[in-house]
Design a protein around this ligand. Sequence first.
Ligand SMILES: NC(=O)c1ccc[n+]([C@@H]2O[C@H](COP(=O)([O-])OP(=O)(O)OC[C@H]3O[C@@H](n4cnc5c(N)ncnc54)[C@H](OP(=O)(O)O)[C@@H]3O)[C@@H](O)[C@H]2O)c1
Length: 261
Amino acid sequence: MSTAAKIVIVGAGRIAWHLGKRLKSKGLSVAQVISRTAEHAELLAQTLQCNWTNDWSELLSDADWILLAVRDDAIADVAGQLAPFSQDALVTHTSGGTPGAVLKPFFGRFGVFYPLQSFSFERSPVWSKIPFCVDAQEENDVLFLKKIAKTIGNLVYRVNDEQRSALHVAAVFANNFSNHCFSIAEKLLDEKNLTFELLHPLMEETLAKALQDSPARMQTGPAIRGDADTIRRHLALLQDHPDWKGLYKNLSESINPGLSI
Ligand SMILES: NC(=O)c1ccc[n+]([C@@H]2O[C@H](COP(=O)([O-])OP(=O)(O)OC[C@H]3O[C@@H](n4cnc5c(N)ncnc54)[C@H](OP(=O)(O)O)[C@@H]3O)[C@@H](O)[C@H]2O)c1
């Protein structure tokens, strides 16, 4: 399959918008948007200047690549709805946390096209820095997905289901959980009328160090030092926030299993 392939995007959320616009800007042929909510499908299709529908049976019969960009829990259901109309197209989802094998009952050619980044409507992706983790059942389809990823980005990896599951758990720790910790820190400062900006240099240094060397070697703070009295004082200060207190204790013990607090 060549990069002239006719592409159908299923879904009209964050990934559908960002990938759709990027594919189109690189001259690839986005031919249709299908999404559950008609207004969402229409709006994205207007931007991509392509056909749209919210009726699965109106899937273009000559589609070459169907890119499922729907919520993880809806992938199997949507795959089942599209399967009777998909002919011999390659069908991939974009989920890090969902095995490609969920598509196997529905399609002869299936795979995964997972861009490992956090996408929001408010920010423009830096495509050259996004790792694309691709996989497919057939070697020709892997080559096709790699070629597409190279066209719209720069970093391309072949990652199987088992590796991608681990990668996704790791990404949740690296991104979602660290961001939640930032959010707790912001609220703690807010309670004392302090600006979150006070922590910006520390946050920047944390990331710079973790990128420079193994984060395990770069760990600092009371837990790794074994400063149990300081930790007990912190836990007492978190008395009114039992959730955060539990997190603080668990994380401290994870950093230093020898702690007695
Ligand atoms: N956002 C990220 O940072 C990111 C990064 C990498 C991979 N991904 C993956 O990309 C996929 C889409 O994520 P997203 O962030 O784009 O999600 P999103 O912005 O929340 O959009 C979800 C889309 O799923 C559709 N949908 C939800 N429930 C559905 C159902 N029951 N039946 C049919 N369609 C349904 C919605 O359709 P309507 O709008 O038409 O209702 C919507 O277009 C997920 O598999 C996610 O794991 C996301």
